[in-house]
Ligand binder design. Structure first.
Ligand SMILES: Cc1ncc(COP(=O)(O)O)c(C=O)c1O
Length: 371
């Protein structure tokens, strides 16, 4: 049966259910950020201008503003990228100096390049939107399915792949691939797209490639998870200037709102970064409690989890998910991720009290499974 690439954790939650399905930090945004967003509303009669926020975000990663595009969440970045890569004669392939409608001789027209990407590959299990965005514009990507424990083996990626998409740390496995292994996939003639939506779950972001320039390397980041801005929508893409310019051109005018721009600036500030660093350390302690509890109940947890969620295999997972819902807990089914199956669930890391209550409910649910 084909998996539903557009199934996401938010469709698992509901009234009265404790949310362990959505990977957004609870209790966010912090007061200081809420206040800043409220202040930004005094400017919303003007059209947004992303220049300053782009400079600040780029500077945070040691990059040039031309290498950064702020987007309506990471999700928009996948869509823009897919559209740009699928558009024949796209602007960024034109020779320098080309002006649409101009009368220059050798620069008269873009060559209809056809699909610049002919062998897209998505490394799974991972977040399904990158593949969905590719499919939405007509690509039919190949899947590289990493075997459990889901650590990247670069030799599994076909040599002729000219677009490789991977997540790091990876949703839903919570696996953090070494930056060097991912970087070894970069080469001329290939786009290497790394979804780092959860990079800030790891204190110091040791395996991030956001500050690294490599041929065709594109890094996509999200600010919606750690800062609780899923409804505001803010993320960004970092990559080669010509590709970023093409994505900017493909992006609807004024796409990122003034409050979202204010959030982007604030979330890369030293104060926010220090807060994220502290939180990531504390979250790791809470994750250990969850992993230990699940393991004590006989579940298998994908080892070395580094994200704000864990990936769990246990018999009758889908039945347990239903029984957990009856007990007030929403966990995410993980059988919709290519490479996983009906025995997999994804569980968000929450505070210790919530985790204890969840583990008690899971134990009860397991005991209630029909023989
Ligand atoms: C791995 C991953 N990347 C990207 C996104 C999209 O993030 P955003 O809210 O910034 O669009 C998600 C959302 O769940 C995700 O899990």
């Amino acid at each position: 049966m084909p998996v539903d690439l557009r199934h996401h954790g938010d469709s698992e939650i509901g009234p009265g259910l404790v949310d362990l399905a959505v990977n957004v930090r609870q209790g966010m945004p912090p007061t200081w950020l809420r206040e800043l967003l409220a202040t930004s509303l005094s400017d919303i009669s003007a059209y947004p201008n992303a220049d300053r926020a782009t400079r600040i975000v780029a500077g945070h990663h040691g990059r040039d503003p031309e290498e950064v595009l702020l987007t309506v969440g990471a999700a928009e970045a996948f869509t823009l990228l897919a559209r740009v890569l699928a558009t024949p004669g796209r602007a960024w392939s034109e020779p320098a100096g080309y002006e649409p409608g101009g009368s220059g001789s050798a620069l008269a027209a873009p060559s209809p390049a056809g699909l610049p990407v002919s062998r897209p590959v998505v490394v799974h299990p991972q977040f399904t939107e990158p593949e969905a965005a590719l499919r939405a514009v007509g690509f039919v990507p190949d899947r590289v399915l990493l075997p459990d424990p889901f650590v990247l083996d670069a030799s599994l990626v076909p040599d002729d792949a000219d677009l490789v998409m991977i997540g790091n740390p990876t949703n839903p496995t919570s696996v953090l691939h070494p930056a060097a292994t991912i970087a070894s996939l970069a080469r001329e003639g290939r786009y290497l797209v790394v979804d780092e939506a959860f990079a800030d779950c790891v204190p110091g972001e040791p395996e991030s490639l956001a500050s690294v320039r490599l041929p065709g390397l594109v890094v996509i980041r999200s600010l919606t998870k750690t800062w609780g801005l899923a409804g505001l929508r803010i993320g960004y893409v970092i990559g080669p200037p010509e590709l970023v310019a093409a994505m900017r051109e493909a992006q609807p005018l004024w796409a990122v709102s003034t409050p979202a721009l204010a959030a982007a600036e604030a979330c890369v500030s030293p104060r926010a970064q220090a807060e994220a660093f502290r939180w990531a350390g504390e979250m790791a302690d809470r994750r250990r409690v969850l992993v230990d509890g699940l393991t004590a109940l006989g579940a298998y947890v994908v080892p070395e989890a580094q994200g704000s969620f864990v990936c769990v295999r246990l018999p009758h997972a889908l039945q347990l998910r239903t029984l957990l819902r009856e007990r007030g807990f929403a966990v995410r089914r993980a059988d919709t991720f290519p490479g996983l199956g009906p025995e997999w669930l994804r569980v968000a890391v929450r505070d210790d009290e919530t985790t204890a209550a969840f583990l008690a409910a899971l134990k009860e649910a397991r005991d209630d499974l029909p023989a």
